[in-house]
Design a protein around this ligand. Structure first.
Ligand SMILES: Nc1ncnc2c1ncn2[C@@H]1O[C@H](COP(=O)(O)OP(=O)(O)OP(=O)(O)O)[C@@H](O)[C@H]1O
Length: 270
């Protein structure tokens, strides 16, 4: 199937608007089971907030979806393709449709911002340098960084600028889905809310689907269309913020209606 057709969402489950489907996923390290028959769908165009206690396995699920962790059981369909049955070419096409912002930005410190943004281009595309420079500058502008940030090294950037640069790199190949692993951690509240606004704007303008692992209640309330909560090795609950606020599940209740949520005056929306 041509990439254009895949992008149009004509492939298998993607025709139903589900871009990522994880079914009965079990992941264990040695005899320690982290995820136990977990199932989750991610819908095209949504911003899904993924929460759960520290150590619950949020990054493990993210890495498993990306193919960086082995699963012991279950099926993962990306853009309608079962990854276990994908040919090398299909896998390459799938990988090109996904951008990732890892926790802590994970920029290469020896490369400038421009060169960092070009890393996926060099890996997957064969483009002349002048065109790569032009494309990378466009991405840098897209995420709200000034043009002179392109020549800077990560150590010369503020925390917020590092996150934006990492986002520019995640967007380098014009992906359909971006995975953001705690994108606002370490940012002050203003920087965090500006980042959330940027994510919503990019989703709206680029027809992106966003999978955001976060502990940030503000992000969950303001940017996410849907929330999934990981606990007891499974998805405890998924739904809207309103669903979270109504839940009597103990962890969900204390997270969304606990002291911190009240301090933010968010529970008032219940
Ligand atoms: N490669 C690995 N080998 C062994 N254990 C691992 C490995 N990767 C993760 N784990 C374990 O899996 C569990 C879940 O880790 P994970 O990083 O997914 O948690 P998390 O929900 O993302 O936590 P946090 O919110 O603190 O980032 C932890 O107990 C961790 O030690």
């Amino acid at each position: 199937m041509a990439i254009a057709e895949e992008k149009a969402g004509l492939n298998g489950a993607e025709g139903d608007g589900i871009v990522i489907s994880a079914r009965d996923i079990t992941v264990a390290f040695g005899d320690k089971v982290i995820l136990d028959k977990l199932s989750l769908d991610i819908h095209r165009g949504e911003i899904l907030g993924f929460v759960g206690a520290s150590g619950a396995g949020k990054s493990v699920l993210l890495r498993t979806i990306l193919g960086l962790n082995k699963k012991q059981a279950g099926t993962i369909e990306l853009f309608g393709v079962d990854v276990d049955k994908a040919s090398d070419v299909e896998r390459l096409r799938i990988d090109m449709r996904m951008g990732v912002l890892f926790q802590h930005g994970a920029l290469f410190s020896a490369l400038t911002v421009l060169e960092n943004v070009q890393v996926p281009m060099r890996e997957y595309l064969d483009l002349p340098k002048a065109l790569m420079d032009e494309l990378a500058l466009l991405k840098i502008e897209l995420v709200g960084l000034p043009p002179d940030a392109a020549r800077k090294f990560p150590s010369e950037l503020s925390g917020g600028m590092v996150k934006r640069a990492a986002l520019a790199r995640a967007l380098a190949l014009d992906p359909d889905v971006v995975f953001l692993d705690e994108p606002t951690s370490g940012l002050d509240p203003i920087g965090a809310s500006e980042f959330d606004e940027l994510v919503v704007k990019l989703r709206d303008t680029m027809d992106l689907t966003v999978y955001m692992v976060t502990h940030d209640l503000d992000s969950l309330f303001t940017a996410c269309d849907r929330v999934a909560v990981l606990g007891n090795k499974k998805i405890l609950i998924e739904g809207t913020i309103e669903d979270m606020l109504k839940s009597e599940e103990p962890w969900v209740k204390s997270y969304f209606r606990g002291k911190r949520a009240r301090q933010l005056d968010l529970a008032a929306r219940a």
